[in-house]
Ligand binder design. Structure first.
Ligand SMILES: [Zn+2]
Length: 495
């Protein structure tokens, strides 16, 4: 959405719905993002506009040595302070192995360094950071999942103004891409890790106050990470109190069953193909997931559980199955599995039978022609066809919802649709066809409302849920051109 319309009060939204350019664009229903980290997108945009000398932008580095050199340079700007960073990946360095603390500690012996991996689930630290956090040194140097929390506690919390600025930048970036409704999957602790020792309540209250002061350009539906003190507060709220401001509403508790494939924190039922010493990190077992889910459902809140590896998916399905058995009247789509990246055949069938919602990210897929695939390296060739296989799940009858999972640089408006089409496991036997395009467009515009009702606007002309105008037709352009389609006009808010 352009700044002009973003500034208008909600009462004037109708005026924005008929821009002069309307005749020239291709009208489609407004986009929905079912899983995105709005604050962190905005923080990334904010950092990219500033040059904080003690911050390492590690994306684009092609070797461990390159990131270590950048950290050493940053440490000179932060004597006695702290160097943070975001965006490194050992895959971009051409090695399967995670880095250790050895080279980093040698290059930066005195200043603590903490740099988040690009997947938001691993923190690369030096001995000085471990020491200051009260942890043992001499370990591997990369902390996974909840191990990261003592080091993350060293990172100073941002100011109120910086938090509000990041929320708004993130919301505007999504609105500019034609998104009118988004589920926020939780604030990631700076420099960008899914941690639970964050004051989520503070971030949320600042967001709602910002929306009250000047309306956000889209509607945000918040997932609150649990266990956390704020999740307890939210459970105790009266349902009406969870509508915090005109465009901000708390709708879900967010649980984490495991980590990510990139840092081998995703919990597998077998050893990793490229590191047989590990099967990943299970953060929660079925009984704990079931207990939190029951509490949420009974309090009128929906549940979204992060599960990437097949063992994590298995635990979540065990939990959800138990909850649905104990509460047979509950709409199964009130229970979501975030990512559902890798599952056994049996669990794919079970997810469909239970009718729980599967939140998928088509843009995680490796484009066809790239070999070996990322998924193949991690889980092995036998399991690879069962990773990010949205089309297969769709044909089995799964309830799918699409999200970007952006928590850094946001991509093109139709990035998800592009990867949904060209990804290795994306479109199985069907290939690119008008039906598949139509289905992908539906996937990116359907709306799973809080409470579990799935609404699929197929006709943009009648789309009460809002619409956007695109610079090209996503149903007919060559697949590569999906990446260049823009959203020239403002999106119309759903009302
Ligand atoms: Zn996420």
């Amino acid at each position: 959405m352009t700044g002009r319309c973003a500034l208008l009060a909600l009462a004037l939204v109708a005026a924005c719905a008929t821009p002069p350019a309307e005749q020239e664009g291709v009208r489609v229903p407004a986009f929905v993002d079912h899983h995105v980290h709005v604050f962190n997108v905005g923080w990334w945009l904010r950092e990219s506009q500033r040059t904080d000398p003690a911050y390492v932008a590690a994306g684009g580095a092609t070797s461990e040595a390159e990131v270590v050199a950048r950290a050493a340079a940053a440490a000179k700007a932060a004597p006695g302070g702290l160097v943070t960073g975001f965006g490194w990946s050992q895959d971009a360095w051409g090695t399967p192995m995670l880095p250790t603390s050895v080279a980093l500690s040698a290059a930066v012996p005195d200043v603590p360094v903490a740099m988040a991996r690009t997947d938001g689930h691993a923190l690369w630290v030096n001995d000085a950071a471990l020491k200051r956090a009260g942890l043992k040194t001499g370990g591997r140097g990369v902390l996974l999942e909840r191990q990261t929390e003592p080091v993350l506690a060293l990172v100073p919390a941002p100011s109120d103004d910086a938090i509000v600025e990041a929320w708004r930048l993130g919301a505007e970036a999504l609105a500019d891409r034609g998104v009118t409704r988004a589920y926020d999957a939780g604030v990631l602790a700076l420099p960008g890790i899914a941690a639970l020792n964050t004051d989520f309540g503070r971030y949320v209250r600042l967001l709602a106050a910002a929306d009250d002061a000047r309306p956000l350009p889209l509607q945000l539906f918040l997932m609150i990470p649990a266990p956390s003190p704020y999740a307890e507060e939210v459970l105790a709220m009266k349902p009406a109190a969870r509508q915090l401001s005109p465009n901000v509403r708390i709708t879900h508790l967010k649980l984490f069953a495991d980590g990510a494939l990139g840092s081998r924190g995703a919990a597998l039922s077998h050893p990793y193909a490229d590191d047989p010493h590990t099967t990943g990190v299970l953060r929660m077992y079925a009984p704990e997931i079931a207990e939190w889910s029951r509490r949420a459902i009974d309090a009128g809140i929906d549940v979204a559980t992060h599960a990437i590896g097949d063992e994590a998916v298995h635990q979540v399905l065990d939990a959800y199955e138990a909850v649905l058995r104990a509460r047979p009247d509950v709409e199964p789509t009130r229970l979501r599995i975030e990512h559902f990246s890798y599952a056994s055949e049996v669990d794919m069938v079970r997810a469909v039978r239970l009718g729980v919602a599967l939140s998928v990210q088509s843009n995680f897929n490796t484009p066809r022609g790239v070999s070996p695939t990322f998924a193949g390296q991690r889980v092995g060739v036998a399991g690879a066809p069962r990773v990010y296989a949205w089309d297969r799940l769709s044909q089995m009858g799964a309830v799918l919802v699409e999200g970007s999972d952006y928590f850094g640089e946001p991509g093109a408006p139709l990035l998800g649709m592009y990867y949904g089409l060209v990804g290795i496991n994306a479109v199985g036997e069907r290939g690119d066809s008008p039906e598949v395009r139509q289905e992908l467009l539906r996937l990116n515009t359907a709306w799973l409302a809080p409470g579990g009702a799935l609404q699929a606007p197929v006709d943009a002309a009648k789309a009460k849920a809002g619409f956007v105008l695109l610079s090209g037709d996503p149903l007919t352009v060559p697949a590569e051109s999906l990446l260049t389609i823009r959203v020239p006009g403002p999106a119309r808010q759903p009302r």
